[in-house]
Write a protein that binds this ligand. Structure first.
Ligand SMILES: Nc1ncnc2c1ncn2[C@@H]1O[C@H](COP(=O)(O)OP(=O)(O)OP(=O)(O)O)[C@@H](O)[C@H]1O
Length: 304
């Protein structure tokens, strides 16, 4: 089942077309990376999904129900983590979750057990300090616990890792990986290594249009460039190896950076075995032989 579906959504601010005929679907229990440069339209899209902003054209469905501007009905299925979550800073995490649970009408026992479970999950159980002294990472973790309190079917996170250091980012990504067992996650970002770590599906937004969408594995396969990287022993003359490789049938180009050769293979040819045979027959001393996978970063730079 699709938890989120956008159909031909468009939005203008004044004369500026910020979202342009945007359509995508997010299947249940997946993590969808919504990628785009600053100003690409990610936050605008999230606000329309939450019914905070009205689109000019198109429809949005959450768990099959149509989102209508200003009506919070579909938001009962959504947990939202804004990029900079705000809290009552004089409260402790437990007090804050209790307040949130009471506002949304959860039963006392449910609030207590869910708070303990979620604070445990985000590594804040037993932290009885006021939120005021929390680091950014701790605030993001508490924000995730709060967003999951109502057991939403969809968790929307707006740039949850952008302001964090590598340790804080890893903590958030680990927590989101755990949360995906209970919910479906859409998270916006421009940090592509984060996406590679936890997303099955991505959509790349550029100037309000979705320029690429699909499963990460399939996209990598589609953008594979058939490059083989060979690292030679430093004693061996790299130039001689490069010249010899260029003569091999099926090699399109050889780029050399000192003792590292990058071999571009002609389209559609599979000469991996021939290169290995060449290494053996020419007695080329190698340190490493690697078939290069395209990174999402290189794909991103190619499509935007
Ligand atoms: N209320 C508004 N009125 C006018 N223009 C707006 C409004 N909100 C956003 N914009 C413009 O729309 C464009 C998309 O903004 P949006 O915040 O959706 O981008 P984003 O992808 O989330 O970027 P960032 O990563 O910087 O948050 C930007 O050019 C922004 O200046």
């Amino acid at each position: 089942m699709e938890i989120l579906e956008l159909q031909h959504v468009s939005k203008k601010f004044g004369d500026r077309q910020v979202i342009d005929d945007l359509s995508f679907q997010v299947p249940e229990h997946s993590v969808f990376g919504f990628i785009g440069k600053n100003g690409a339209g990610k936050t605008t899209t999230m606000k329309m999904i939450l019914g905070f902003l009205q689109q000019d054209k198109g429809d949005i469905f959450v768990c099959g129900d149509k989102v209508s501007f200003g009506n919070a009905k579909t938001n009962r299925n959504i947990g939202y983590l804004p990029d900079v979550p705000e809290f009552y800073s004089y409260m402790t995490p437990k007090e804050y979750l209790k307040l949130c649970g009471e506002i949304t009408g959860l039963k006392k026992e449910v609030i207590s057990s869910k708070s303990t479970e979620l604070l445990e999950m985000v590594g804040l159980n037993g932290v009885n300090r006021r939120i005021k002294g929390f680091s950014r990472g701790m605030k993001q973790r508490l924000g995730i616990a709060q967003a999951l309190l109502n057991e939403p079917k969809l968790l929307i996170c707006d740039e949850p890792t952008s302001a964090l250091d590598p340790v804080g980012r890893k903590e958030i990504l680990d927590i989101l990986s755990l949360a995906r067992e209970k919910t479906t996650i859409v998270f916006s970002t421009h940090i592509l290594s984060d996406v590679e770590r936890i997303c099955e599906n991505i959509g790349i937004l550029d100037q309000g249009k979705l320029v690429l969408e699909g499963r990460v594995e399939e996209i990598r396969e589609r953008y594979r460039k058939d490059i083989i990287r060979i690292e030679l022993d430093r004693q061996y003359p790299g130039e001689r190896a490069a010249e010899s490789l260029k003569k091999l049938c099926g090699v399109a180009e050889v780029h050399r950076d000192n003792h590292v050769l990058e071999v571009q293979i002609q389209n559609g040819k599979d000469i991996r075995k021939d290169i290995l045979t060449w290494i053996l027959t020419e007695e080329i001393p190698i340190v490493r032989y690697e078939i290069m996978e395209p990174s999402l970063e290189s794909v991103f730079l190619e499509v935007v």
